[in-house]
Design a protein around this ligand. Structure first.
Ligand code: ZN
Length: 137
């Protein structure tokens, strides 16, 4: 998919070929990440080689879907009409239990979100693409 907008206005992600398994799994409500078979570390974002050791021996694993809020920011003025329609909303980096960081929406009362808070993945349809978002665990 190369469209950056859908008719209902949700901006669509730019799907790089290395990450295609990630997008396919999301459509089945599964959160996945790349894993290096040589050094056993999570590789994220997806690459054609391991960013830790340079190995090209990568596979895909299913994430537990749990992590910790690393950073967060609440948006008060949406950048497009659909985002403006759901303000205020919060985005931030989640440190996943597998060790990688995922930038995502955190769907909770902005006043209640804290650094270090445990969160769990949920899935939301955004235009043609299903995307992960996180809620308090
Ligand atoms: Zn590696």
């Amino acid at each position: 998919m190369t469209d950056t907008q859908t008719p209902n206005g949700w901006p669509q992600p730019y799907r790089l070929p290395d990450a295609e398994p990630y997008w396919a799994a999301l459509s089945e409500d599964r959160l996945t990440y790349q894993h290096c078979k040589d050094c056993a570390q999570a590789v994220w974002p997806a690459h054609s080689f391991c960013t830790h050791c340079g190995s090209r021996s990568l596979d895909w694993r299913q994430s537990s879907g749990y992590g910790t809020v690393w950073s967060h920011s609440t948006i008060m003025r949406g950048p497009t009409p659909v985002w403006a329609g759901i303000v205020p909303y919060t985005v931030g980096f989640i440190q996943m239990d597998e060790g990688y960081f995922l930038f995502s929406q955190i769907d909770a009362d902005p006043e209640a979100i804290e650094i270090g808070q445990r969160v769990a993945v949920r899935f939301a349809q955004r235009g043609a693409q299903k995307l992960p978002l996180f809620v308090p665990a």
